[in-house]
Design a protein around this ligand. Structure first.
Ligand code: SAM
Length: 206
């Protein structure tokens, strides 16, 4: 399953330009705003799950963040990110892994995910994601999770997705997390259509 997933995403990133995918954005918002509201500081350890070709990592480095990790199951997109960032790529930890099989070796202050979690349609994969998040985040840490909203698209990149709101994500994460805030976000694709997203921030309880 992981190999099929990786092959799909490698194929996407080999065949499409950075702004040739629906999820492309010039500026990573509302992610930057939500990370700030979650209390992220330049000294915070941040992991971006399914970071893809997002420029969130560029923006965080620009803001002086010194402990940024990008995880994605596509080696193709990690290679592209490293090429884009040039010498700055050495300031980032890159992890090529399927989130449902990843064992974090350390803890993070903030977990960010824009449009990766919603590809997990199997409840067992969602549970694995939640267990990994609980291991990766220290108590008081925050998770900012953006997905298609209940009235968003049913597919992304040709794959089925599960559309979420804060309640459905909270159910997957379980009692160890409390909801801090949730908001809707209208994403404008490069071809000018609108996709309804939701972004929810959860705090890991002590
Ligand atoms: C729709 S893209 C979003 C990319 C990026 N977060 C952004 O906002 O531009 C989804 C990304 O999640 C990655 N991905 C999908 N399933 C994954 C999984 N099970 N584990 C890790 N990464 C995954 C894909 O390779 C892809 O880069």
């Amino acid at each position: 399953m992981s190999n099929d997933r990786a092959a799909h995403w490698d194929g996407v990133y080999h065949s499409k330009s950075e702004d040739g995918v629906s999820w492309y954005q010039q500026t990573p918002e509302p992610s930057l705003t939500l990370l700030r509201l979650a209390g992220a500081l330049p000294s915070s350890a941040i992991v971006d799950i399914g970071g893809g070709a997002s420029h969130l990592v560029d923006a965080l480095l620009e803001l002086g963040f010194g402990d940024v990790t990008v995880l994605d199951l596509s080696q193709a997109v990690i290679d592209a990110d490293r090429t884009r960032l040039g010498t700055l790529a050495g300031d980032v930890e890159w992890i090529c892994a399927d989130i449902t099989h990843w064992s974090p070796a350390r803890r993070y202050d903030v977990w960010h995910d824009r449009a990766a979690f919603h590809f997990l349609t199997d409840p067992a994969d969602q549970a694995a994601y939640a267990a990994t998040l609980a291991r990766a985040l220290g108590s008081g840490g925050h998770a900012v999770i953006g997905t298609f909203a209940p009235d968003g698209p049913e597919k992304c990149s040709g794959l089925p997705v599960v559309r979420h709101d804060a309640e459905s994500i909270g159910k997957v994460l379980g009692h160890g997390f409390e909801l801090v805030e949730t908001r809707r976000h209208d994403h404008r694709t490069p071809w000018d259509s609108v996709q309804h997203f939701q972004f929810s921030t959860f705090r890991r309880k002590a």
